[in-house]
Design a protein around this ligand. Structure first.
Ligand SMILES: Nc1ncnc2c1ncn2[C@@H]1O[C@H](COP(=O)(O)OP(=O)(O)O)[C@@H](O)[C@H]1O
Ligand SMILES: [Mg+2]
Length: 476
């Protein structure tokens, strides 16, 4: 490479000064004269930004243009540099502008003859730092004040931190957990830590489920867990957070409603029961009287009597099934036979109101993984509502169909219908339009069908009737 000619390399004095003047930052020099640090040079764009000018600075000491306290603070750095110390750096702020100054002593024959300082504007960086700090503080307060228990673990499942709510929910203290495997067992055992990571790595944002967990003191609590990954800039999962919400209280009230609804259904059924049993009992008595007077026809009467007795026992059995406390017990159940028994239970009551229940459902539909008792309760509630909606009598049709992986059971009544304005409130606890209603029936239906991962759809025309669709998954 050819060297440039010499005259270009010669840098005239004036040009040097202009360059210093134009620089973004600021360069200044000072020396000690009669015990005072007097500035001898000052140039750069930063000077005006901090509200000074080289005329003000040059020839003056710090006290002349800065508040005394600030001047003394800076002078302590000045004097260190004057003593020959290298690498002195301090930060300053004037007029909202932050800068960092670094001082370098210039020595001749081992003695400091002046100090040169260069300053850089760091306002932007300070702002970013401040924002970061504020964000961190906000995040910190969100974590600490959250009513949900938050636990952050590394990818090996070891606890990095937990918040106050987590300590409260589970009874563990943060210091007992840090560095140890996360104590929420179902998180690990139910899904397998690796599977959770796989799922989260494969683009799944969060994983939510309800489960039971054990507290430190051994008590079991119902929680809803949400697990989400924390990824680095490259998208690799580096940690995980789990958020736990204590839903024991909610579960308890659900339980309460469930029982209240059951009591209600049982009470209403009991009233109907007396009626239903009285009819076959009356006919039994009649036949017994006949038998006493005409023994020739005994075997014929016996057949009818046996079927009446069978009917009584069917009704009583159904009633006991619903009234008896039971744990929900999921099994593969035949919806057709469940519907048959529910219809048996309500038929007589319906007939009293001139209502006929038509069950057009074939046997042989796929079995549905379900709790028989709970599904019965749903069908009873829906049918009772239909009966109550038909004061003038009519027909209630129950039909069914297979829709992809679901079985659809449709209840069609010819009742008074439901006003559009009430639609959003259906299923709300205690919402009722009846004088004697409890408003718990539909809520239980929604809850139970939801537990079965199914759905309920309602359509209605005022004065014509209402259709309830119950959709239940029936995948093999
Ligand atoms: N088949 C139906 N026809 C008309 N209205 C209905 C029907 N099913 C439910 N409803 C409406 O929904 C409300 C809530 O029903 P539910 O939760 O069973 O409580 P309840 O029967 O005690 O009133 C009823 O009061 C009624 O207004
Ligand atoms: Mg009801």
């Amino acid at each position: 490479m050819k060297r440039p000619p010499n005259e270009i390399l010669k840098f005239p004095h004036q040009e040097l000064e202009e360059t210093l003047q134009e620089q973004q930052g600021m360069t200044f020099k000072f020396k000690k004269v009669k015990g005072r640090f007097i500035h001898t040079f000052c140039a750069g764009q930063l000077i005006s930004k901090i509200g000074l000018s080289s005329q003000v600075v040059v020839g003056s000491e710090l006290k002349d243009f800065l508040p005394l306290e600030l001047a003394e603070y800076k002078e302590s750095y000045y004097s260190e540099a004057w003593q020959g110390k290298e690498g002195i750096i301090y930060e300053g702020e004037l007029e909202g502008v932050f800068y960092v100054a670094s001082l370098r002593p210039i020595k001749r024959f081992g003695k400091v003859i002046e100090v040169i300082a260069s300053c850089v504007d760091i306002t932007e960086r300070k702002k970013a730092e401040e924002e970061l700090r504020a964000t961190k503080e906000l995040l910190e307060s969100l974590i600490e004040n959250s009513v949900d228990g938050i636990c952050v673990t590394d990818i090996a499942g070891k606890v990095i931190r937990v918040n106050l709510a987590f300590e409260k929910i589970y009874g563990w203290l943060e210091e007992e957990l840090i560095g140890k495997p996360v104590p929420i067992c179902s998180l690990v055992s139910r899904n397998g830590l690796n599977r959770i990571y796989d799922q989260l790595q494969n683009g799944m944002r969060v994983l939510s489920f309800e489960t039971t967990e054990q507290r430190k003191d051994g008590e079991m609590i119902d929680v809803s867990l949400t697990v989400s990954p924390i990824k680095d800039a490259g998208g690799t999962v580096v940690a995980m957070t789990s958020i736990s919400r204590d839903i024991s209280e909610r579960k308890r009230s659900e339980d309460f409603y469930r029982k209240a609804d059951k009591l209600n259904v049982v009470g209403q059924l009991a009233a109907g029961l007396a009626h239903e049993i009285r009819n076959p009992l009356t006919s039994l008595r009649g036949f017994l009287q006949l038998m006493r007077s005409d023994s020739n026809k005994n075997s014929e009467y016996c057949g009818i009597m046996l079927s009446e007795v069978a009917r009584i026992s069917a009704i009583v059995n159904e009633f006991l099934l619903i009234a008896k406390p039971h744990a929900s017990n999921f099994q593969k159940n035949n919806m057709a036979s469940i519907l048959h028994s529910v219809v048996t239970l309500l038929e007589a009551q319906a007939a009293l109101k001139n209502i006929q229940i038509e069950l057009e459902i074939e046997e042989g539909f796929p079995l549905v993984q379900s709790s028989e008792m709970e599904i019965k309760q749903v069908f009873v509630n829906i049918l009772k509502n239909a009966i109550e909606a038909m004061p003038a009598g009519g027909i209630i049709r129950i039909v069914s169909a297979i829709q992809k992986d679901n079985i659809l059971i449709r209840f069609i009544d010819q009742g008074i219908g439901i006003d559009k304005q009430f639609f959003p409130r259906l299923g709300e606890p205690f919402f009722t339009t009846k004088d004697e209603g409890t408003g718990l029936g539909l809520m239980m239906c929604y809850k139970i069908i939801d537990d079965h991962k199914g759905s309920i759809n309602i359509s209605s025309v005022i004065g014509q009737g209402t259709t309830f669709d119950v959709l239940l998954p029936c995948k093999a």
